[in-house]
Write a protein that binds this ligand. Sequence first.
Ligand SMILES: [Zn+2]
Length: 209
Amino acid sequence: MTKAIVVVDMLNDFVKKEYEDGQNGLVKGKLVVEGVEGIVNNIRKMRNVAGLYAGVSMVYANDAHAKEDPEFIGYGGNWPEHCVKGTTGAEVVPDLMPFAADVVLEKQTLFMFSNPDADAVLRQKGVDELYITGVATEYCVRAAALDAIARGYKVNVVVDAIAGVDEIVLADGTSVPETKGAVARALMEMGNAGARPVYTARVLEEIVR
Ligand SMILES: [Zn+2]
């Protein structure tokens, strides 16, 4: 079995409350996932081991939206503008910057496999087992896990290397009811579909075997 660590959307707009954006100076991350800072170090540990050990691939699945993307409010979608391709907000956070040999897959939807190259690139590397990390648990992490299972990959979800949004509270203080408990539901759904929950410490042992 060839394994890959999948890093989903660990991009400045999702991770950094504030980041340096060239001429714009210090700007705020546009869709920061609460608690995401806490998983950066775990992903970094896995990334570093994978970098030292040629048998493990690193795969980054990154939002890369058009300026007027159908996912955005005003263009048919529900999300505020985020991760516009070519901006600092769409870059992987500095602590997890991909190495030259890593696979970087851009996506315009929640689904990593919406990138037409995703499956072929993984198969070409002989990858049949994925360890999924990143954000957000009930959106792109869930989508990557369920899609990968449907495509026949063995899927592990690294539970201390993912973070979710859960209840969305709008600017007027009202909450979006269907988002309440969404993380728990997503975890259950992934588990029921066949994803195996695993902790970072265990992954570090498994990937060098
Ligand atoms: Zn997006």
